[in-house]
Every structure is written in structure tokens, then in C-alpha cells.
Design a binder for this molecule. Structure first.
Ligand code: LLP
Length: 432
């Protein structure tokens, strides 16, 4: 459940009317519900309570400091993938000792920074990285806690661009090689083999691939835990969310699988996985991003023009692919609703932004309520991989972000002033 709903004709975020926020703070505007974030974190945390566990919120899905602080206050750990994300967690008041550091390309300076801050574990993705971590730890006279990311080679049944657990992907080390890797890593004096990690993909809408992956790695984990005294198993993130309340025809391919399955709930996820995980006696780490932040955010945009040309109706809005790239990049579906409902029927529309790219659209030929200049629309489920993937393409300033809690509203990120976009640039000396 999330906290965006209609009261009468108006869309609300918790106890605040969205149209008033759009007028006061301008558009494009991201709005996040603190209650939804909290609720989603707690649902998963509670479902996993029969085992010793730590939910490590995946910072990449939405890294706004207020979001991170909301989760830190709930006792969340963090899944990070860069030195920058660790700095964000620190800036937000999160605990570095609850951070796990993933990623195939950690630099020496990132490793040194994370070691100095005592992260819980590095999730290493290659033997070269293990050697590098060992070298940096030796220089700092430290013992680095590490886990190796196993690539279990199972199909996640999701979009190809967000599948990570097959041998086609750059992630982790092949299942068959893992024992050898641990044996060699055990000889590196400045490493402590603390766990094993996996993550098979994102936006998984059924438990089956998770279960398949867990079943596949169980014997391996048992073996490694015995030989190397492992403390944890991370089963990664990837829990999918509902983007589409009603099934529409003509949806992109990857949603067909999603539609065929019952949507994944924390209770259903835990019910299938706990019986497998509990007997291990290890601490279980989870790395959910989208499940926590996805439905906790919307992107509000203003209609600038309605253009009818040939057979098409284009609703031209002030948000664009630079603000929310998911439809352009993954053909992703985001529900689009009016911030103020009106009578007047539906019309098949393309909602498009002002950027000079044909890919700059939020939907195509979708029956939407008739709108006109000055109306506001909300793109739902935009809390994960929304603002964080934004760019300045076409010299468009980054949108503002708000956090709502009950009746309270605060700016979680100011709208970027246009001049800031080129503030690091120079007209080089010989051109002057
Ligand atoms: N752990 C690891 C190692 C990951 O690589 C990811 C996401 C997560 C956890 C969190 O996954 P989640 O629970 O959010 O599915 N930009 C894409 C999604 C990319 C996911 C990258 N890795 C999108 O907009 O759908």
C-alpha cells in the first residue's frame, strides 16, 4: 500500500493536496511519502523477523539524504555501490558499519575510504578485486571483511537490462568457481571471509527465481560456512512492485510475465524463503531498493500544450526523459493520473517531454483523461530509479524533491538553479 490517493477530486500525498504543492514549489517536482517508506521497510523487516537479518536499503534506488535518514532512523543498513554513496550515507547520519559495498569496479581510493569507515563487508566481484582489497588493507594495517558475489546463473524473468544473475552479465563470479576463489582468498592475510552475496536482478515479480537461486547456492553456502566460518548470506534485492494497477493491452513484453504471476509480497517472499534460510544459522542480509522507495514517490508535471497532429494527440508536459528516464530506457510503464480529476472522458494520448529526442515520452497511445494547458499530471511509482537517474540533458535543471509526513511538507532538495549546470565549465584561455 502507498499513501497517494484521491480525496474527492484531488490527489493527496498523505494529508497534503498535491496540486497545492505543485503550485507552491513548481514543476517538475518529485514528492515522497515518509509513511510509505516506513511502512514498506517495516513490512519486509517484520516478515524476515524469524531469522537474524539486516535489511540493507539499496541507496542507488533513491539516495536523497532525507530518504536515507528516514531509513537510518528505522535501523536500516545500506547497500552502496560507490564512495559517493558511502559519503551520502554518512552525511545522512547512517551507520557505515551497517553498509555493504557492492560493484564490479571499486577503485583503490574507494576501498581505502570504506575500510577507514569500517563498512560491514565488501561484496567482491572478482579475484583481482579481492587482491586489491587485501593490498589496501595491508597498507592500512587492517583486516578487510569481504564476501564474494556468486553469480548463480539463474534467469530472473525480468527486463534484460536489469538482469544480473546469469553468465551473460558482468556481475559476480560463476557458481562453479566460487569454492576455489574462497580457498585462494583464505590465503590472503588481510582479508576476513565474512559472507557470501548474490543478487539476480531487479523488478522480480515472482518468488520463484529467488527460491531457485537460494536452493542452488544452499549447499555451497553450507560448505563455505563450515570451512571459512562465514557469518552472513546476502540474498540481494530485486523485489518487484506494482507499476500497473489495471492490466492494459499492448504492454511491453516483460510485463506479460509479471501479469501472469501474483504480485510479490514480503509475507509471500518470506514464507517461501525462510524455511530454506533458517536452518543455515547465518545472518541473512537483504538489499531491497525499489520495494522500499518505488511506490513512495511520484513525479508531478504540468501540461504545457496539447497538440493534435495527424491521428495523434500529444500531451506535452514540463517533465522529460532527463527527469525520469525509465520509459525511454526500459520501455517501463508508469501510471499517469491527473492531480485534479475532471469530467470529460478519455482520449488516447502520448505524454511527451520537451527534449529533442523521439524517445522522450512517458507513454504512447494510452487512454488518458482529457487535459489542457496548466493541468497537473502525476507519474506514479517514480520513487525508485527516478530522480537518481536524472541528468542535465538539454541543460535542464534537476527537479526539486519534497518529503511529506502527515501534514508536514519540506524541501528535501532545492530545484537546481540553471547557472549551477555550467558552473564548473570554463571558456578556455586561448578562446578568450
Ligand atoms: N543489490 C545489488 C547488488 C544491486 O545491483 C541492486 C540494483 C539492488 C541490490 C537493488 O535492487 P532493487 O531491490 O531495487 O531491485 N535502474 C533500473 C534498476 C537497476 C537495478 C540495479 N541494481 C530500473 O530503473 O529499473
Amino acid at each position: 500500500m502507498h499513501d497517494f490517493r484521491y480525496l474527492g477530486r484531488k490527489l493527496y500525498c498523505e494529508d497534503v493536496a498535491v496540486d497545492a504543492l505543485a503550485r507552491r514549489f513548481g514543476t517538475p517536482l518529485y514528492i515522497y511519502s515518509q509513511h510509505t517508506l516506513t511502512d514498506h521497510f517495516q513490512k519486509l523487516d517484520r516478515a524476515m523477523s524469524p531469522v537474524d537479518h539486516l535489511v540493507c536499503y539499496s541507496v542507488k534506488s533513491n539516495s536523497n539524504l532525507s530518504i536515507l535518514r528516514t531509513l537510518a532512523n528505522l535501523g536500516s543498513g545500506f547497500d552502496i555501490v560507490s564512495g559517493g554513496e558511502l559519503q551520502r550515507v554518512l552525511a545522512a547520519g547512517g551507520d557505515p558499519r551497517r553498509c555493504i559495498f557492492a560493484g564490479v569496479g571499486k577503485t583503490e581510493s574507494e576501498i581505502e575510504f570504506a575500510l577507514r569507515r569500517n563498512v560491514y563487508s565488501f561484496n567482491a566481484e572478482s579475484e583481482a578485486e579481492l587482491q586489491r582489497i587485501n593490498r589496501v588493507a595491508a597498507r592500512l594495517k587492517q583486516i578487510a571483511p569481504v564476501a564474494v558475489r556468486v553469480n548463480p546463473n539463474v534467469a530472473a524473468q525480468t527486463h534484460a537490462k536489469i538482469t544480473t544473475g546469469t553468465y551473460e552479465n558482468k556481475f559476480g563470479i560463476a557458481f562453479e568457481q566460487i569454492e576455489g576463489v574462497y580457498a585462494r582468498a583464505a590465503r590472503l592475510k588481510h582479508l576476513r571471509l565474512r559472507g557470501l552475496q548474490m543478487h539476480i536482478g531487479s523488478q522480480l515479480t515472482s518468488v520463484a527465481p529467488f527460491e531457485q537461486a537460494v536452493r542452488k547456492v544452499l549447499p555451497l553456502v553450507r560448505q563455505l560456512a563450515k570451512t571459512h566460518e562465514l557469518e552472513f548470506l546476502s540474498i540481494g534485492g530485486g523485489l518487484g512492485i506494482v507499476y500497473q494497477p489495471a492490466l492494459a493491452s499492448g504492454r511491453p513484453e516483460w510485463w506479460k510475465t509479471a501479469a501472469a504471476t501474483n504480485i510479490l509480497t514480503p509475507a509471500g517472499y518470506a514464507a517461501r524463503l525462510l524455511p530454506l534460510l533458517q536452518p543455515l544459522g547465518l545472518k541473512i542480509l537483504l538489499e531491497p531498493g525499489r520495494f522500499i522507495s518505488g511506490n513512495a514517490g511520484i513525479l508531478v508535471t504540468r501540461v504545457e500544450y496539447v497538440k493534435r497532429t495527424g491521428p495523434k494527440t500529444f500531451v506535452i508536459v514540463d517533465a522529460a526523459m532527463n527527469d525520469l528516464i525509465r520509459p525511454a530506457f526500459y520501455d517501463a510503464y508508469h501510471e499517469i493520473v491527473p492531480v485534479m480529476r475532471r469530467r470529460g472522458g478519455h482520449i488516447k494520448s502520448d505524454v511527451v517531454g520537451p527534449i529533442c529526442e523521439s524517445g522522450d515520452y512517458f507513454c504512447k497511445d494510452r487512454p488518458l483523461p482529457r487535459v489542457g494547458e496548466g493541468d497537473y499530471l502525476a507519474l506514479l511509482s517514480a520513487g525508485a530509479y527516478g530522480f537518481v537517474m536524472a541528468s542535465n540533458y538539454n541543460t535542464r535543471p534537476l527537479a526539486a524533491e519534497l518529503l511529506v509526513s502527515g501534514r508536514r511538507v519540506a524541501v528535501a532538495r532545492e530545484r537546481q538553479p540553471a547557472e549551477e549546470i555550467w558552473s564548473g565549465e570554463k571558456v578556455v584561455a586561448w578562446l578568450r
